[in-house]
Design a protein around this ligand. Structure first.
Ligand SMILES: [Zn+2]
Length: 479
């Protein structure tokens, strides 16, 4: 996720978007009831301890199953091992358009309860927030997606495409949930999906401006071992060229690795949008790629999340080898977590590291590798999400980002899905840090606006005729 950068400057006036056909439908929603209903749904979902490992997602999807079935929505369980399952729910459409997927995961990461102000699984509602592990990542979004299905069912509006809710298990560890759904893909077959990714982030690039970050891409992850070898021997006698010394030298060379900035078009597009909305001198700079590279580069590179968004990263995350202080082992090694941008390959990264380390006593072994992938932002659903994100707000702009971590969207793009990541709550950097951290919570005041943004965008592309050109194909990664 991009992080906070302070730029101060003049503001522009908000623009008025034209009315859309779905606005009429939105007016028929009982908005007075929406916030209490969403608050209860989210609170009850947060009370289910679906901590992964072990997951226990079955309890969470059983709960959602009851909520959806009570509204007459057809559901289907996709079981994993004991106590674990994913849920599929469907609203029928005419089939004029391919189905649209509302994707979320219902597992959560563990919480250190003694560091929290409330119990992480209390679902407590106080001080204007709904508290609990998963409030942001990502049961808050699950609640919005379930409520979007329910509201559309209650509206009784004819749909030009089927809506498919996917509430999956195991995103936080192995992605077994989405993998089991991918195996049934001929029965899902969505052209588009919405999932986690970005949020509406206050003061991200420009003070006073909210940037709605809609993820269109995820970096690839290449996990590898860097292994040094040499003759074994007695610890009492230092001899040049032994494995630990070889490894130490290789690590020093890795630490000197020069960053190569990849000014990918996704970020440049967002800088352009942010600058155009923000106006003033900083706005002019951000709209000019030459000036961004010249004047903003250092600031972006000093900030770890933006640095990660602009470069292929190599991160030493562990060591192995050596059992006893008096024995020099024949092999020792480091564990590397490397993340690569769209268009890059694991092989090219290894070749770069081999050249950098420049030592025949070092070898690299890839233990796991996924490529980055990306969807176009020239797409009717992306436009609907972006338009609904900023509707009625002053000093707000939406644009595409590259997620620096993994999400389940990565499993859908190879199937041809235009997969977007956007949780439509407006939050600040402090709240964002509570996801996977302490005191995770979502403002109650963001529940209704969040539902308006998501429900509006879904109705925009599922009712009436499709306006705008057909979507371009996915931007496929080099293989
Ligand atoms: Zn998540």
């Amino acid at each position: 996720m991009l992080a906070l950068l302070a730029f101060a400057f003049a503001r522009s006036l908000p623009s008025d978007a034209p009315a859309r056909p779905a606005d009429r439908l939105l007016e028929q929603v009982d908005w007075a009831a929406a916030t209490p209903e969403l608050t209860r749904l989210l609170s009850e979902l947060l009370q289910i301890e679906s901590v992964n490992p072990p997951g226990n997602e079955r309890a969470a999807v059983d709960y959602l199953d009851r909520v959806l079935q009570a509204e007459g929505i057809v559901t289907e369980l996709v079981p994993l091992e004991d106590g674990r399952a994913s849920l599929i729910a469907r609203l029928p459409g005419t089939g004029d358009q391919q189905p649209l997927c509302l994707l979320s995961h219902v597992d959560v990461v563990p919480a250190e309860a003694d560091r929290w102000k409330v119990s992480p699984f209390s679902g407590e509602v106080k001080e204007g927030f709904v508290w609990g592990r998963g409030a942001l990542d990502m049961k808050g979004m699950t609640a919005l997606e379930v409520m979007t299905m329910i509201q559309i069912k209650r509206l009784g509006v004819p749909l030009n495409r089927q809506l498919v809710l996917l509430a999956v298990a195991d995103e936080e560890v192995d992605s077994k949930g989405i993998d089991s759904v991918v195996k049934l893909w001929d029965r899902v077959n969505c052209s588009h999906s919405i999932n986690e990714g970005g949020y509406g982030l206050q003061d991200l690039f420009i003070k006073g401006q909210t940037f709605h970050a809609i993820s269109v891409a995820e970096k690839g992850a290449v996990w590898m071992k860097m292994i040094a070898s040499g003759a074994p021997g007695h610890g009492s006698t230092p001899v040049p060229g032994r494995a630990p010394e070889v490894l130490t030298r290789a690590l020093q060379r890795l630490a000197q690795r020069k960053d190569v900035v990849h000014w990918n078009p996704v970020l440049m597009e967002s800088f352009r949008r942010v600058g155009a909305e923000g106006g003033g001198l900083s706005g002019a700079i951000l709209q000019n790629p030459f000036l961004v590279k010249l004047l903003v580069r250092d600031r972006l590179m000093k900030n770890p999340p933006t640095h990660a968004a602009l470069t292929n990263t190599v991160n030493v995350t562990g060591f192995f080898g050596g059992k006893q202080p008096n024995v020099v082992p024949s092999e020792v090694g480091a564990v590397l977590d490397c993340r690569i941008l769209p268009g890059e390959t694991a092989e090219a990264l290894v070749a770069e590291l081999v050249a950098l380390v420049d030592d025949p006593a070092i070898r690299f072994e890839i233990t796991s590798s996924t490529l980055a992938n990306a969807s176009t932002w020239d797409d009717p659903f992306f436009r609907a999400l972006a338009d609904r994100a900023v509707l009625g707000q002053e000093h707000a702009v939406a644009g595409p980002i590259v997620s620096i971590g993994y999400t389940d969207s990565q499993a859908l793009r190879p199937l041809g899905v235009h997969a977007y990541g956007y949780v439509p709550f407006v939050i600040d950097g402090e709240l964002l840090a509570t996801a996977h951290g302490d005191n995770e919570r979502v403002p109650v005041s963001e529940l209704e606006p969040g539902l308006r943004r998501l429900l509006g965008a879904v109705l925009d592309v599922s009712t009436g005729r499709e306006d705008g050109p057909r979507a371009a194909p996915n931007v496929e990664q080099a293989r």
